[in-house]
Design a protein around this ligand. Sequence first.
Ligand SMILES: *Cc1c(COP(=O)(O)O)cnc(C)c1O
Length: 367
Amino acid sequence: MRGNKVLDDIKNYEAGLPIELVVREFGIDTKDVVKLASNENPKGTNPNVVKAIIDGANNAHLYPDDSFYELKEALSDKYLVSSKNIIIGAGSDQVLEFISRAFLSEDSKVLMTKVTFAMYEIYAKQMGATIIRTPSYEHKVDEFIASYKKHNPKIVYICTPNNPTGDAISRVDVLKIINAIDKETLVVVDGAYMEYASAKDEKYKIEPKDLIGFSNVIYLGTFSKAYGLGGMRVGYGIANLDLINLISKLRPPFNITTLSLLSAIEALKDEEFVKDSIEIHKNQLKRYEIFAKENKLKYIDSYTNFITYIFDDNIDSTQISNSLLKRGVIIRNLASYGMNAVRITVGTEKQNNRLFEVLIEELSNAK
Ligand SMILES: *Cc1c(COP(=O)(O)O)cnc(C)c1O
């Protein structure tokens, strides 16, 4: 049976491979698998959140508060915006989906960098829209403005820091792009890794309150990365009231679970956990930079919780990723993004030790 024709051209999102697959396929013990492929927080789940989930489990028969009052209040305090300016999604992914459905049709175009988060393309194609990419994988102001003028896209995606490359664009440059764009084009600023960029360099810190004055800009954040709640599926969008009201029409009722809601509220009470995660991360990231230099690998300066290594022609990213996988180390091959590169989530000290050990051997096998 044939589906909607816009679906013909869509490739499924290639998620980081699960631990279970490596256990099944290669007979490796669960405890020996090192998963560095999905940019999860290696510090694990916040123990306070674990307690909140256990305490809340008896209420699993109840629907959550569909207004998400407490969570929105907490986000409102954190970001100094009104709770009316916030929409909650099952991951910021779901907010991306609302946005796509609210604005795109078969004659729309969307603009993004050459290499960026794959879901922008997938959600746009679901609506039959056309994808336009800038020539560089980095967000270059001139390229964005030139492409915008040429194609008049309905949505412009700015992913900063960018996944899967790890680079970022400064606040000043983001504002330059926004200011060059007409109010009938929506600008999405996806800050999934903003906590890491802000900690690295103030110039890259973009806050929703910097953007909320624009009628055509939405900021996205998530609990999946620095807050360590990837499995709970909670994200949010922050924008001016009209925009929030418009995309809220697409939100299904109770779109995050009772326990997800509790988790996110609890996580926001413990900013120390996030600070700590970032401190540990900084030190471990340095080791990845040193490893790259020692092994003559190119890498992209990272503003995120992962690092991207780019290989010369004599090394094949697919081969390297597969040989690591067979040894229980899961990283993300970027061949499907058109790059001979791999993206590695910076893990715990122990996980990183294992990664270095295996990667060094497989690099020398490959040559
Ligand atoms: C992880 C990620 C998201 C959203 O993740 P959710 O788990 O759906 O909140 C959004 N954008 C980028 C760039 C990401 O890497």
